[in-house]
Design a binder for this molecule. Structure first.
Ligand code: NAP
Length: 352
């Protein structure tokens, strides 16, 4: 049996960081936030008490869903951010001091205590991950499992399906399109917000067709890209693209509602799917999902994902932003359309 006392442990980690940065919600936004709604401050780093570990965060994830947690009332199955309190989100870090037998100094862990350079909490808060699984620890923050759950569980993807993905150059969409192809989709169509992103979809990520959703009515663009209709829509956006997808959907089509970027960018509720007569007439399924209900699929997905990466059949696209002080602006820029792939913030070893 292991037994620990604070005094016995003290000599094991004599050089602990004294301070670190953390970002708090400064005010609750009414509409789309600005950098003034965040406050990044220096705080003291506590030594771990018995049962706790201290983790130095290497990377944290930026997720458009954070905007909903800032504004509150999102119906998401997670607590909203509170004014004056440090925000949270996915992060990957390295244990720098452990007062619990289940984790050791040097272990790589994932957890939900992002938006801070150092996290100290009970050992059960952290999940040890394999440091050799990916070329960069940041890839543990990828949204591949979100894409997989949406396609396989929510939409029931079948070989031969024609699949449409919105925000297809983003973290989830880029992987949803590629995984759909790897799982046997006959045709994969993506939409994105600029000609450069459209070229990226067909030229780099292997989409069969892509269009810029600013180029005229989406329903016309979708009809042109999918003359035989679509069977599965992976919806990151809502709004006009959801209404267009319902219009172009084949009988018994399935829509997986993953995100609400239209609402997240506007900072106010979306107009929604519109007239539901087509849903009735075509016997469509519209199903919302969250990753948290399907975490049991992580091992099954992880094995396939690493295989695809190894054999070079999947491109992993990532944007890295340096330093916690840059994170608030980067979150707003992410939803504004500045980046492609998964956007992460490098917290350790960042310049400036
Ligand atoms: N269900 C779940 O469990 C789950 C898990 C993770 C994330 N999500 C949600 O999934 C969605 C995608 O997340 P992500 O991290 O992959 O984001 P992302 O696609 O990487 O994010 C940002 C992109 O949103 C696009 N965008 C913003 N407003 C738009 C609009 N009105 N219409 C079309 N595109 C718009 C922008 O690209 P353009 O240049 O193309 O406009 C931008 O590149 C988000 O809503 C997120 O909250 C859900």
């Amino acid at each position: 049996m292991n037994s620990f006392t604070t005094s016995a442990l003290t000599p094991a980690f004599p050089v602990l960081p004294r301070t670190g940065l953390e970002t708090r919600l400064a005010a609750r936004p009414d509409g789309f936030p600005t950098p003034a709604h965040f406050r990044t401050v220096t705080t003291a780093v506590a030594a771990p008490a018995p049962g706790q570990v201290l983790v130095r965060n290497l990377f944290m994830s930026l997720d458009p869903g954070m905007l909903l947690l800032m504004s509150g009332g999102s119906h998401l199955p997670m607590p909203r951010y509170e004014v004056g309190e440090v925000m949270y989100g996915d992060a990957v870090g390295e244990v720098v001091a452990s007062a619990d037998p289940t984790l050791a100094e040097g272990d790589l862990v994932t957890h939900r205590l992002g938006w801070r350079e150092y996290a100290v909490a009970g050992a059960e808060t952290f999940r040890r991950v394999d440091e050799r699984a990916y070329p960069s620890p940041s890839m543990h923050l990828g949204f591949g499992l979100v894409a997989y759950v949406g396609l396989m569980e929510a939409a029931g993807l079948q070989p031969g399906d024609t699949v449409f993905v919105s925000s297809a150059a983003g973290a989830t969409g880029g992987l949803a399109g590629q995984i759909a192809r790897l799982k046997g989709a006959a045709r994969v169509i993506g939409s994105a917000g600029s000609p450069e992103k459209v070229a990226h979809l067909t030229g780099v990520l292997g989409f069969d067709a892509a269009f810029d959703y600013h180029d005229g009515p989406v329903v016309d663009r979708l009809h042109a890209a999918a003359p035989d209709g679509i069977d599965v829509y992976f919806d990151n956006v809502g709004g006009e693209q959801l209404r267009a997808a319902i219009e172009v959907m084949n009988v018994h089509g399935r829509i997986a509602v993953c995100g609400a970027l239209n609402r997240q960018r506007a900072g106010r509720p979306d107009d929604g799917p519109g007239d539901l007569l087509s849903v009735l007439g075509k016997r469509l399924t519209i199903r919302g999902f969250t990753l948290f209900d399907h975490l049991d699929l992580a091992p099954e997905f992880g094995a396939q994902f690493r295989g695809w990466l190894r054999e070079g059949s999947l491109v992993y696209d990532e944007t890295v932003v340096d330093g916690l002080p840059s994170a608030p602006r980067a979150l707003l820029d992410l939803v504004g359309g500045r980046y492609t792939g998964k956007t992460v913030v490098r917290l350790a070893g960042a310049a400036g």
